[in-house]
Design a protein around this ligand. Structure first.
Ligand SMILES: [Zn+2]
Length: 451
């Protein structure tokens, strides 16, 4: 799946250098291929159909349920420079009031169907519509659907487009960078789904912490596992592969990540999912790490029909991932009338002055999508270091705030907080998310940390 052989080697070297871990499975994976007669080939093995492949020992032992791995893109960083990254990083989750989903976050989603020149994999529009319905049922735990038992993550997906491309190599998931470069829509603003063989995985996704806005960003899904309820081939025929992969796209780990690790800094970094020794296939209830395995969780490897929930803390981390790493990838649909909706934090480092002290100065301008200044946004600052003399000066006028730090003796980080104080009639403005994205643009760390 990953690009050329050379790039694979580079990735391996980086893995060794940065993580001290050799992901041998990546390099040793046998090649997956769908033959012209429809048979499934995995290395030297052949399967008559997808269900046979799904149920094979190879599928299970090679972990083909999902190819998403945090840290795979070690050499990359997110290009969104604003965030409270620490709230939902690769090493911890901080559950916060801020991230309890109150309104619905709407994510525009585009499907790029890559099929063989003989038509294999060219799934119809109707199946994509049904897949989007499944995502909405599962992410919003809609009553009367198979997803109703889960926690409502308050994320809705809006189909923005479908593209179709005939290319045998891309269908085989070769030249990932090429097809993503050619087909991908602005990765900051759209969730890109690439439908092909996904290298024989059901799917794989990037994580927001390492990929936002890069060409890699998005999800690759096996064509036979993409669709609505009872579409595709059992047991992965309920559309849950994308429910799972988009969980990664929002920053969720597998429930079995880190084995029996507990709490917010170990395992899957979530405390209300039971720890799990290893990935769980099929639907048979088991126990490990002293508790029942979370076989109904979307982030395990079980069959589509028995996975039906995100937990509340997974929802909190997913919303954190969206707000802090994917600020341009959603807008808000409706909302609750209580309190502030959310706060945008922008972090800047102080620069050293010639005198050897530290100082930051920046101007924050809050604008709406049309570029018009929003006068009723409030900008304030929080300081994480020791200051000499007075605190930060903040001047607010008509959406424009000038922030000037006094000098500090030690380096530190200044966090700019923009609070939404829209009045009731504006409270429901679906564009306010974009306003905060623009704040993010206005005070990127490099642009704003001059002395
Ligand atoms: Zn996964």
């Amino acid at each position: 799946m990953v690009h050329s052989l050379l790039l694979k080697r580079i990735v391996m070297v980086l893995l060794v250098l940065f993580m001290g871990v050799v992901g041998t499975a990546v390099a040793a994976d046998p090649v997956f291929h769908v033959a012209d007669d429809g048979r499934i080939e995995l290395g030297l093995k052949t399967f008559g159909n997808m269900t046979e492949y799904y149920r094979s020992a190879e599928f299970i032992t090679q972990g083909r349920r999902c190819g998403a791995k945090p840290g795979k893109l070690t050499s990359m960083t997110s290009n969104i420079g604003v965030n409270n990254v620490a709230d939902c990083s690769f090493s911890q989750t901080i559950i916060q009031q801020l991230y309890w989903p109150k309104q619905t976050y709407v994510i525009p989603i585009v499907f790029h169907v890559i099929h063989k020149t003989n038509g294999t994999g060219n799934i119809p529009d109707s199946r994509i519509y049904k897949q989007v319905e499944v995502l909405n049922e599962d992410y919003q735990a809609l009553a009367g659907t198979l997803g109703e038992q889960g926690f409502n993550v308050h994320v809705r997906f809006e189909l923005a487009g479908i593209t179709r491309t005939a290319n045998n190599r891309w269908f085989d998931d070769e030249n990932e960078v090429d097809y993503k470069s050619a087909l991908g829509w602005d990765q900051n603003r759209f969730l890109n789904i690439y439908v092909n063989t996904a290298s024989g995985y059901l799917g794989y996704s990037t994580f927001p912490q390492e990929s936002t806005g890069t060409v890699y960003d998005g999800v690759v899904v096996l064509y036979s596992a993409c669709g609505g309820r009872n579409q595709g081939e059992a047991p992965y025929d309920q559309g849950r592969t994308l429910t799972h992969e988009i969980g990664h796209y929002l920053g969720l780990f597998h429930t079995f990540e880190g084995g029996c690790g507990l709490g917010y800094t170990e395992g899957d970094l979530i405390a209300d999912t039971n720890p799990e020794k290893e990935a769980h296939f099929d639907c048979v209830a088991t126990t490990s790490c002293g508790s029942p395995d979370p076989i109904h969780n979307y982030m395990d490897y079980t069959d589509d029909l028995c996975m039906w929930e995100f937990t509340s803390e997974q929802a909190n981390r997913a919303v954190c991932g969206l707000l802090n790493y994917r600020a341009q990838a959603f807008h808000v649909d409706g909302g609750s009338a209580e309190g502030e909706i959310f706060v945008r934090h922008v972090t800047m480092e102080l620069r050293k002055t010639k005198k050897g002290t530290y100082r930051a100065r920046t101007v924050v301008v809050v604008r709406d999508e049309q570029g018009v200044v929003v006068p009723d946004a409030i900008v304030s600052v929080r300081w994480g270091g020791v200051l000499q003399g007075s605190d930060f000066a903040t001047t607010n006028s008509r959406g424009r705030a000038v922030l000037l730090s006094s000098e500090a003796e030690t380096p530190g980080t200044m966090t700019v907080i923009v609070t939404n104080v829209f009045k009731a009639e504006k409270y429901y403005n679906p564009h306010y998310a974009a306003i905060f994205s623009r704040v993010a643009d206005a005070v990127s760390p490099t642009a704003s940390s001059n002395q």
